[in-house]
Design a protein around this ligand. Structure first.
Ligand code: GAR
Length: 190
């Protein structure tokens, strides 16, 4: 593994976690080079953020491909061509399929806004609050074929304490923006 691993960040939305990772890499707090931002949503704000940071973007529309395997083959070609060593999922709302899982075995990580294994899948914050859970959380984990089921790398929890959804969401983002770059830094220096 190179001293400064090349990473690709996959995101479907706002990209605040992309921003935190790219900022950390830029100031040297994260020893990695963000060489590509991948988005499956052409309108996603993460695309603007990447352009602003001078990071190459790859935007694709899944429905224009016949299957997940077909668009993942396209992504794999691009990633390998750029020498990407790690895939970092940051609000990427698609399951990763066998093509990328086998090309990047144990080198795909994800962040999820709950204390996994509780509340996997979509709207984890809504699930947490609807269930009346006493704690909310953030988990960084390796990606496997399941939905948010891979081995946990780092996790942080906090008490909900009757706070509103907006307040819980703000706390989760604050934790994510600190925890994700720090966890990646530890992972890359193993
Ligand atoms: C983050 O809260 C992340 O944990 C979540 O999407 C948000 C993306 O925010 N990911 C998932 O729910 C994955 N199942 P961002 O676009 O501002 O980084």
């Amino acid at each position: 593994m190179a001293n400064k691993p090349k990473i690709a960040v996959f995101a479907s939305g706002n990209g605040s976690n992309f921003q935190a990772i790219a900022d950390a890499a830029q100031i040297g707090a994260l020893n990695a080079e963000v060489v590509l931002a991948v988005s499956d949503r052409p309108q996603a704000y993460v695309v603007e953020r990447a352009k602003e940071m001078g990071v190459e973007t790859l935007v694709f529309t899944a429905s224009q491909y016949g299957s997940k395997a077909m668009y993942e083959e396209m992504l794999k070609g691009k990633l390998l061509g750029l020498g990407v060593e790690w895939i970092v999922l940051a609000g990427y709302m698609r399951l990763i399929g066998p093509v990328l899982l086998s090309a990047f075995e144990n080198r795909i990580v994800n962040i999820h806004p709950s204390a996994l294994p509780d509340f996997p899948g979509k709207d984890a914050i809504g699930q947490t609050l609807s269930a009346g859970a006493e704690t909310a959380g953030v988990t960084v984990h390796f990606v496997d074929a399941g939905m948010d089921t891979g081995k946990i790398i780092a996790q942080e929890c906090f008490p909900v304490n009757g706070r509103s959804r907006d307040e819980v969401e703000a706390e989760i983002h604050a934790i994510e923006h600190r925890l994700y770059p720090a966890t990646l830094q530890q992972l890359f220096s193993r």
